[in-house]
Design a protein around this ligand. Structure first.
Ligand code: DGY
Length: 316
């Protein structure tokens, strides 16, 4: 059976699949595979390993009549037309758990970078403008004692809360479900969204992109943020109305925002690039050797399981 990879991922995936006698074809270039090339290559694929940047829509699904599994190399799966895949009997899998710690780490990295204005400091140093210690130089915000609001209290939200707790913050969360573990470990309190937004000093998004969460932070909700708030998004860009957020940042209505994801990824709103009070990362939440290796292994194991007639390990 043939498996097509839309991009090269850590070698463990190919090694495992070949060990199980699958034929593996990989798009080797260092860019997102163009749709026409992808369509040409998947006609005979029994399985597809896709990235979050590959839009797996009806056209693509129709172009792979033999496919029985789409193993997305990501925890998010908003890039896939799930209903249509299901209607064709295709199993879709993702890579939960294995990237939780890495994504939680980068969330705290962004939080601290925003709170303590690390990129501004870096710029002073790299442009040789450091004139010595200054009583007012780059004053920032201390995390201890602040309210840390987590929207979406699943695995990543919980791992973020545990880290944030260690910095002395008080955890608030908003979620469809009560998270007893989170509450018992961090003392977190579950509150409605409006309350979380108006009370929190740091707000961090950890929910999937769905039609319901699209622009969850719209103009009205963003207006609830405190003047010293820091907003962190390591989930999906489309959860925030980016244009409205940029207006707040331009007018210093909030302290800062840290982005790992963008509304029109990979295109970045040029206004964002001009702002001082933002920290911008190129969607690297899961970019650790540990997470990426485990993601590759899990994606391959899902393919092997499904194509050997067993249940997927992490079906969506
Ligand atoms: C995912 O896996 O969905 C993340 O966005 C990767 O950083």
């Amino acid at each position: 059976m043939e498996i097509f990879f839309t991009r090269e991922i850590p070698a463990i995936a190919e090694i495992l699949l070949k060990k199980h006698l699958f034929k593996v074809k990989v798009y080797k270039k260092n860019n997102s595979i163009p749709k026409d090339i992808l369509i040409k290559n998947i006609r005979n694929a029994d399985g597809l390993i896709s990235l979050l940047s590959d839009k797996i829509d009806k056209n693509l699904i129709d172009a792979m009549p033999k496919c029985r599994i789409i193993a997305n190399y990501a925890v998010g799966y908003n890039n896939i037309d799930l209903d249509y895949a299901r209607s064709k009997g295709i199993i879709v899998t993702n890579t939960p758990d294995v990237l939780t710690e890495s994504t939680a780490d980068i969330t705290l990295a962004l939080t601290l970078a925003c709170a303590r204005r690390l990129p501004e400091g870096q710029k002073i140093m790299k442009t040789n403008k450091f004139k010595g210690w200054g009583p007012k130089l780059l004053l920032g915000i201390e995390l201890s004692g602040k309210y840390f609001g987590i929207i979406g209290a699943g695995r990543i939200g919980t791992a973020v809360a545990i880290r944030a707790k260690a910095f002395g913050t008080k955890i608030l969360y908003c979620s469809n479900h009560k998270n007893d573990f989170l509450e018992s470990v961090t003392g977190a309190k579950k509150v409605p969204l409006a309350k979380l937004l108006s009370l929190s000093d740091i707000i961090s998004l950890h929910l999937p992109l769905t039609p319901k969460s699209y622009h969850l932070l719209n103009k009205d909700n963003l207006k609830l943020l405190k003047p010293n708030a820091i907003l962190i998004n390591t989930a999906r860009g489309e959860i925030v109305d980016e244009k409205e957020l940029i207006k707040l940042l331009k007018n210093n209505k909030i302290f800062a925002a840290g982005f790992d994801v963008y509304e029109n990824e990979p295109n970045i709103n040029p206004d964002l690039l001009k702002l001082k009070n933002v920290v911008l990362l190129p969607h690297v939440g899961s970019a650790t050797f540990e997470a990426r290796n485990k993601m590759a292994e899990l994606a391959a194991q899902n393919v092997i399981a499904v194509l050997s007639g067993r249940k997927a390990i992490t079906p969506v």
